[in-house]
Design a protein around this ligand. Structure first.
Ligand code: DAT
Ligand code: MG
Length: 150
């Protein structure tokens, strides 16, 4: 079976609002495996690199200011279809478009304070994982994997 890894980040508003545990809980209970995690206050340069594809957007300076305002919880989660499923668990970019039951649908109101980031494709996930965890991730086996997968 092909396992994917996705980069999931709890943004400064999510950390400040005490949502770190709730978000980790959802990924753990879904069945995904946490293979890397750290709390870090990203530099402006690092954040500009992470969001390089949005550099020409009007909201970019505000986005960088917000993302560097406090610690983020950087994580890598692994499992079947983790990239697409992770995005579904986060909800839509706009909280008002996010279904109830998703993280953004349940916990936030504005796009500029939408709590969490998730990689949008396997290629960008690999790029983001390399950027945030140059030291690599932790390989291990969840003891319930035989019950999670056919
Ligand atoms: P996503 O985070 O769902 O992948 P994105 O990559 O298009 O969305 O944008 C990255 C972040 O930038 C997004 O989570 C919040 C912010 N953002 C996007 N569109 C915005 C807008 N119209 N106004 C303010 N912030 C925006
Ligand atoms: Mg994005």
């Amino acid at each position: 079976m092909v396992m994917e890894r996705t980069y999931i980040m709890i943004k400064p508003d999510g950390v400040q609002r005490g949502l770190t545990g709730e978000i980790i809980k959802r990924f753990e209970q879904k069945g995904y495996k946490l293979v890397a995690m750290k709390l870090t206050k990203p530099s402006k340069e690092h954040m500009e690199k992470h969001y390089a594809d949005l550099a020409n957007k009007k909201f970019f300076p505000g986005l960088i200011e917000y993302m560097t305002s406090g610690p983020v919880c950087a994580m890598v989660w692994e499992g079947k279809n983790a990239v697409l499923e992770g995005r579904k668990m986060l909800g839509a970019t706009m909280p008002s478009d996010s279904a109830m039951g998703t993280i953004r649908g349940d916990f936030c109101i504005e796009v500029g304070r939408n709590i969490c980031h998730g990689s949008d494709a396997v290629e960008s996930a690999n790029h983001e994982i390399g950027m945030w965890f140059p030291e690599g991730v932790c390989e291990w086996t969840r003891c319930d994997e035989k019950s999670l997968y056919e």
